[in-house]
Design a protein around this ligand. Structure first.
Ligand SMILES: [Zn+2]
Ligand SMILES: [Zn+2]
Length: 421
């Protein structure tokens, strides 16, 4: 073996694809039903798009970005998430002048230089939605429902919601002051990362996974006590819509999410289908981001979900069948002449939508029937000198073993009749 995929990057193999396709199909179909349209942004952007958009002091920007200089000496970064790119595109294409509310979704690879572990790859895939142009708490509730509906449409049953509001920047400033005052005398108890965060990004201490940090934070001030009237009313609005929709939620005052751009609503959707609480989707409102990118103040809300984790979960739950497609017809051939006829026949049948395969390995008839079985073909068409001579083919039902002769004059109709009925 000479070559391996780079560390932390993984192949998605054909046998895993049915799960990936199921996720993609449900994302597209549920997003469309909520009137979200797909947007595709480039896989890389100028580094400052993420540095500004996501925030210099976030883990994503300070530790996890794939950044390099291109041949023109410009600093480029493989996208670590899609929201900053979406906002860049929103402004670049002047959507603010075209529509009052832009509702977009995306699906694709993202890149973060993280320690590789199960369900976490350096190239990973996300789907997500962004709604840019409204401050309506009903829109926050819509995004949350949308995120939940995608998961339940994939067959997950125990889907839960964690909800919080982190207010506007001025609420947060007051809160962070008090949080730092509370943590400063307890600094020695914090993990080394959090000791550093105390000066760079104190909010991040709230969702540190370290148990000692959690213990300390638990008795500290909570952000929801600092919400101004506007933010409080907005949060109450989101909750009342969720109540109306009968969506249960757990209030998590220490849920802040890792990125700087969030304001007001933040949420996580998780699954308990396998016992543990796996966060599958994270999102929130980002009312300041468009302005930060040079646009007029424009409220927005969005979420992103990780596909690898979701696929792992669906695989373990066996919620989506492990095989898809399958062959309609295998065309077994015996000599060069029948092989030429088979090439033509296969092409005709594919045109009417039948999945067709034939032999490229000079296998015996027996070997070819074995292949047809392996591909789960419903029928095998046998084409040899005798068949060509009689202007017909032998059609074998692979399950029953029954064989019938079909005239080569109208084989397409007859085969279609058999297979589609
Ligand atoms: Zn506020
Ligand atoms: Zn910590």
């Amino acid at each position: 073996m000479k070559y391996y995929a780079p560390k932390g990057l993984s192949d998605v193999l054909p046998e895993e694809m049915p799960y990936w396709h199921a996720v993609g199909d449900e994302v597209r179909s549920v997003m469309s039903s909520y009137n979200y349209s797909e947007i595709r942004t480039p896989m890389m952007e100028k580094t400052e798009v993420f540095a500004r958009g996501v925030g210099e002091n976030t883990d994503v920007v300070s530790k996890e970005m794939y950044t390099f200089d291109d041949k023109g000496g410009r600093s480029m970064t493989l996208r670590p998430e899609n929201t900053a790119s979406a906002v860049r595109a929103y402004l670049e294409h002047k959507f603010y002048g075209k529509e009052e509310l832009s509702k977009w979704y995306y699906l694709g690879p993202m890149f973060r230089y993280e320690a590789p572990q199960k369900g976490r790859s350096r190239q990973f895939h996300q789907y997500g939605a962004e709604a840019i142009g409204s401050n309506d708490p009903a829109l926050d509730a819509e995004l949350i429902t949308l995120a939940i509906d995608i998961l339940t449409s994939l067959g997950l049953e125990d889907v839960g919601l964690k909800l919080n509001s982190i207010g506007c920047p001025s609420d947060r400033e007051d809160y962070v002051d008090d949080l730092v005052d509370y943590l400063e005398p307890r600094k020695e108890g914090l993990c080394s990362d959090c000791q550093a965060r105390l000066t760079t990004n104190p909010l991040r201490i709230l969702d540190c996974k370290n148990e000692r940090c959690q213990e300390i934070v638990k008795d500290g001030p909570v952000i929801t006590d600092y919400l101004c009237t506007d933010c409080q009313e907005h949060f109450d609005g989101v909750k009342s819509y969720l109540n109306e929709l009968e969506i249960d939620y757990v209030l998590e005052p220490n849920l802040v999410r890792g990125l700087d751009y969030y304001t007001k609503t933040v949420f996580e959707v998780f699954s308990e289908d396998l016992g543990a609480q796996d966060a599958l989707v994270g999102g929130g409102r980002y009312d300041e981001l468009v302005e930060l990118f040079g646009g007029d103040p424009t409220p927005a809300v969005g979420f992103a979900g990780g596909i690898e984790r979701l696929v792992l979960l669906l695989e373990e739950l066996e919620r989506v069948s492990g095989s898809e497609g399958g062959l309609d017809l295998y065309i077994a051939t015996i000599d060069d002449e029948s092989k030429q006829a088979a090439m033509k026949l296969g092409r005709e049948l594919r045109k009417v939508g039948l999945a067709t395969e034939m032999d490229y390995l000079e296998k015996s008839l027996q070997g070819q029937l074995g292949y047809a079985d392996r591909y789960d073909a419903r029928y095998t068409a046998i084409l040899g000198p005798r068949e060509i001579e009689n202007d017909e083919l032998t059609l074998r039902d692979m399950e029953s073993g029954d064989q019938v002769k079909v005239s080569l004059d109208n084989y397409v109709e007859e085969i279609v009749e058999k297979l589609i009925g």
